[in-house]
Design a protein around this ligand. Structure first.
Ligand code: SF4
Ligand SMILES: [Zn+2]
Length: 214
């Protein structure tokens, strides 16, 4: 039985705001991409917290194990924890499995902030607010983990081609089929044809905007 019941059977600590998230600054383009990080790789056995007699090396191993296989180091992991949690983590009072789950969630959130699809998001889901998104399960959902990107103006990689005429950033010209992109995406001099399908991480459903197919 754990000497530190505080972290047994409880939710992982809250993930902080997307670190360094800016509009596609860290991504090659607005289309986003898929994470190459091996977050699905077999994980080491980190199923226990450090015993009460743990040495400093044992506690460091617990933190290292949480970051193992992820593009994340212990400094970043600790920096993302609240002060109390950081103290507990350094003291070995947080179980390895909880630290690992937190580390994976942290990396996934960092990927999303860059417009990159986390490696475990392999299904197509439909969010009522965001439209089609990559997700860890399929089906329709009232709100999704990409909603944060939508609200912050960050790209959302799409699992399918989209149509400018259905996008809230599409501003129609007097020509009923042609418009311009209010999100600043590349377009021909004449503008965008509303029915053209394209891959665009800036597409958002037109329901609340000025776009939409007539
Ligand atoms: S954001 Fe993308 S999908 Fe929307 S109008 Fe601009 S180019 Fe088209
Ligand atoms: Zn959403």
């Amino acid at each position: 039985m754990s000497a530190f019941p505080k972290y047994r059977g409880v939710a992982i600590p809250a993930i902080p705001a997307i670190p360094g998230a800016t509009n596609s600054q860290n991504s090659t383009n607005s289309q986003g991409g898929r994470s190459q990080n091996p977050s699905l790789a077999p994980e080491p056995d980190t199923g226990s917290h450090a015993p009460e007699t743990a040495t400093a090396d044992d506690r460091a191993d617990l933190l290292e194990a949480a970051c193992q296989g992820l593009p994340l180091d212990v400094v970043d992991l600790l920096a993302a924890l609240d002060p109390d949690e950081r103290t507990d983590a350094k003291a070995g009072r947080i179980e390895g499995t909880i630290l690992k789950a937190f580390a994976v969630a942290l990396v996934d959130r960092r990927d999303r902030g860059r417009g990159v699809v986390p490696a475990s998001y392999i299904h197509r889901a439909t969010c009522e607010h965001c439209g089609p998104v990559w997700y860890w399960h399929g089906g329709r959902i009232a709100s999704c983990i990409w909603c944060e990107n939508r609200l912050r103006g960050l790209p959302i990689p799409r699992p399918e081609a989209v149509v400018c005429g259905d996008c809230e950033h599409f501003v129609r010209t007097p020509h009923r089929r042609i418009g311009h992109c209010a999100a600043g995406q590349p377009e021909a001099i004449a503008g965008l044809w509303d029915a053209c399908r394209r891959t665009c991480g800036r597409w958002l459903p037109a329901e609340h905007g000025h776009g939409g197919t007539p």
